[in-house]
Design a binder for this molecule. Structure first.
Ligand SMILES: Nc1ncnc2c1ncn2[C@@H]1O[C@H](COP(=O)(O)OP(=O)(O)OP(=O)(O)O)[C@@H](O)[C@H]1O
Ligand SMILES: [Mg+2]
Length: 366
């Protein structure tokens, strides 16, 4: 796949303009096929550092008897040499344990990173560097923390967003229809007239609030959907249904990127592509179905009847209970990350493929 592939329409007609990031949306139902052209998201050789000392105000550090400009930061690598490429029709899951850099990566892609600095690499959306304006127009981002108006009910929240974000060509009936669709899809009917609430104001439950945040972004439904841990706080049945919804959306010519800790096996099977992150480095990036063969080829076969995501996330997790264990886990994950980089060095899309296969999977191939 060449770098310009994302600029062409599925029918081969050239050039993707900013205006085409929006679909013409003739169909008001949630599962319309996105007709705004093919999107491609590329992360190239990204290196991102955070300053863990930056949160401490300079005046509190004066006790160190140093002038503010002499105080050295404490740099920690949050993302290390990460590359990936994903396009419309694919659902990519970033999998890894807590603190491995999932939120940092999604925040960098959506220009919402704070307190860190990109020391190298770039993020491209349809071949153009990501800017806050481009992100705002083209990406729906569900953040890990819910940011909603606590005094509105669930339906009011969605009706409000429908008014603001759906194209002006939508009639009121179509807007209401979309709100109903999203409420039904995310199983919010029973709490549609309950206020959303927050940490201080009692409202819907935590899992329901999470689904309202997702519903807000599903409503306006652009070509690229990014979700940070959409399944956290949900029971496994609801989580599975939610990922099925996302998978259906991806099938409708959308690009879906989500992060998840340790998905259960039936959720894992729904992903087209996965990136396994350990301490900010990719230890695997490729088709979900090729992950077990990949690690088996490195001498880490997945035991029978074991969920591959459980097994491999445990393998690459960093145990920080003691410095010795931490060093041992870091050593293992560094070796795995290096071996992965060696294996994909010659590829054009930074994805591992078993010998003999030639393309990354999309929903259409399933
Ligand atoms: N602005 C920041 N200042 C200090 N440290 C940061 C900052 N952003 C990220 N980090 C650190 O970078 C690492 C990755 O953080 P990130 O939030 O991306 O992890 P995560 O994979 O999303 O974890 P979780 O699954 O718990 O949400 C963590 O060790 C975190 O403490
Ligand atoms: Mg996170």
């Amino acid at each position: 796949m060449d770098a310009d592939a994302g600029l062409n329409h599925a029918d081969g007609s050239p050039q993707h303009r900013d205006t085409e990031l929006f679909s013409s949306e003739d169909d008001s139902s949630l599962y319309f096929t996105y007709s705004g052209g093919r999107n491609e998201l590329q992360v190239n050789d990204l290196h991102y550092e955070v300053d863990t000392a930056a949160q401490i105000p300079w005046y509190e550090r004066l006790s160190e008897f140093k002038l503010p400009w002499d105080i050295k930061g404490n740099k920690q690598t949050a993302i290390n040499k990460l590359s990936l490429r994903v396009c419309s029709g694919q659902m990519l899951a970033i999998i890894g344990s807590s603190g491995c850099g999932k939120t940092s990566l999604l925040d960098i892609i959506t220009c919402r990173d704070e307190g860190g600095a990109m020391t190298s690499g770039q993020v491209l959306i349809n071949g153009k560097p990501n800017t806050p304006q481009l992100v705002k127009k083209s990406i729906a981002h569900v953040r890990q923390d819910d940011r909603l108006l606590p005094h509105l009910t669930v339906r009011e929240t969605l009706a409000f967003v429908a008014k603001l974000r759906l194209p002006t060509s939508f009639t009121q009936a179509q807007r209401d229809q979309r709100v109903d669709d999203v409420i039904a899809e995310l199983r919010l009917r029973q709490c549609a007239h309950t206020r959303v609430g927050n940490d201080y104001i009692r409202g819907v439950s935590g899992g329901e609030r999470r689904r309202v945040s997702i519903a807000v972004q599903l409503l306006w439904n652009p070509g690229i959907l990014i979700l940070d841990e959409p399944t956290s706080g949900l029971d496994s049945f609801t989580a599975h249904n939610l990922v099925i919804t996302l998978s259906r959306l991806a099938r409708g010519n959308r690009l879906v990127l989500l992060s998840v800790h340790q998905p259960r096996s039936d959720i894992f099977q729904l992903f087209d592509l996965v990136v396994l992150l350990s301490s900010g480095s990719a230890v695997y990036c490729g088709a979900a179905r090729d992950m077990v063969p990949y690690f088996t080829s490195l001498g880490h076969p997945c035991p029978r009847y074991c969920n591959p995501s459980d097994f491999y996330v445990d393998l690459i997790s960093i145990d920080r209970r003691s410095p010795e264990r931490e060093a041992e886990c870091l050593q293992r994950s560094t070796v795995l990350a290096q071996r992965f980089l060696e294996k994909v060095r010659a590829t054009d899309n930074h994805m591992w493929r078993p010998a003999g296969s030639n393309a990354a999977p999309t929903h259409t191939e399933r």
